[in-house]
Design a protein around this ligand. Sequence first.
Ligand SMILES: [Zn+2]
Length: 76
Amino acid sequence: MGKLIFHITIAVLVYWIVKNHPPKQKDTESFPESIENMVNCTHCGIYLPKNEAISGHNNQYFCCNEHRNLHMKSLP
Ligand SMILES: [Zn+2]
């Protein structure tokens, strides 16, 4: 009989814990731009999100078309 009470106590305890502390929902909050997605302009060095950067040759990124053109002109 004692065992049954013990099991009921455990069940109530577990129920109480679950009720009061629902399992943490998966952190859906994500940073819009993580550090890994940041690139810097090859011309001026400013950091900007990769998806906003203009990509050039050899994995180079630029903040704007103007800087891309300027960098291209400066190349030998
Ligand atoms: Zn730039």
